[in-house]
Design a protein around this ligand. Structure first.
Ligand code: NAP
Length: 250
């Protein structure tokens, strides 16, 4: 990975770094040699969990994850000074979080990402943005969750910013810290379908239906940054679906 100014380690901001995918992405990026700035909101209930997931990688410099605890507005104001090669967004709320005052899909999944995109696009040399969206976003506008993602993708298309959009289907593995019964049940069914497909030699189908793991998302993030980080406007405007994510994560 090369730095924004060419040469040196990539410097990569991860937002949503305390979450299921963000923790794995920060780890995979640091293992790949990047200098990772892991944004945590002040008083994040998952700071300790995240630091445990990063273990001996917590620290400063290339190959390390540096926790960056800042209010959102302060993070945006600091962006010009960070010298980023790439930024990666794994932000998201849930209906349960929103009920507890954690912000709605409009506030978090759209609002925070939109403010990040605008702030990055305003930089003299906008870094690559890796954005975790969702499979089906191009047609499934029936929910506030999907609409938020569709609007973020629409904004990205209108801004002069290199990006890779991830559109995974189901994401699940044993590192998911929150109990989400519906997701766990769907993951069980998907795994069973993948095993049946594998049993009859249908490997491509098995790869399509098995849930992706957070580790696979993390490795795909590191692969995207390796490929396009620091390339500037000549860089990517790419969308990776399940097949590309699984291949990049191998
Ligand atoms: N699981 C799936 O099957 C799937 C598939 C496709 C896409 N996605 C979406 O991808 C995104 C990431 O997924 P995930 O499973 O990693 O989610 P997650 O574990 O809930 O992580 C969400 C992250 O966003 C942060 N966050 C939430 N509200 C914030 C706020 N107001 N300010 C700053 N940070 C905030 C959380 O911080 P705290 O830890 O401090 O709360 C956490 O770091 C979500 O939007 C999810 O819906 C999920």
């Amino acid at each position: 990975m090369s730095g924004a100014a060419g040469g040196g380690a990539a410097r990569v901001l991860v937002v949503g770094a305390s979450g299921f995918c963000g923790r794995a992405a920060a780890r995979a990026l640091a293992e790949g040699g990047a200098e990772v700035l892991a944004h945590l909101r002040p008083d994040s209930p998952r700071r300790a969990l995240a630091e445990r997931a990063w273990g001996g990688l917590v620290g400063e410099g290339p190959g390390r994850v540096t926790p960056l605890e800042r209010p959102w507005a302060e993070l945006l104001a600091a962006l010009p000074a960070l010298g980023l090669t790439a930024a990666c967004s794994f932000l998201g709320t849930t209906r349960a979080h929103a009920r507890r005052g954690g912000g709605t899909y409009e506030d978090v999944d759209y609002g925070l990402n939109a403010s990040l995109i605008d702030a990055l696009a305003a930089l003299p040399a906008p870094p690559l943005l890796v954005y975790l969206s969702a499979q089906g976003v191009e047609w499934a506008r029936y929910s506030a969750y999907m609409r938020a993602r569709e609007r973020v993708e629409g904004l990205l298309a209108r801004r002069a910013l290199p990006f890779v959009v991830f559109r995974p289907g189901l994401l699940h593995d044993e590192t998911r810290d929150e109990r989400r019964a519906g997701e766990a049940a769907a993951a069980g069914l998907s795994r069973a379908a993948a095993a049946a497909a594998r049993a009859v030699g249908a490997r491509a189908l098995a790869d399509r239906v098995a849930p992706l793991t957070a580790r696979e998302v993390g490795l795909a993030t590191a692969a995207a940054v390796r490929r396009w980080g620091g390339a500037g406007e000549a860089g990517a405007r790419a969308v990776w679906g399940v097949a590309e994510l699984r291949a990049a994560g191998r």
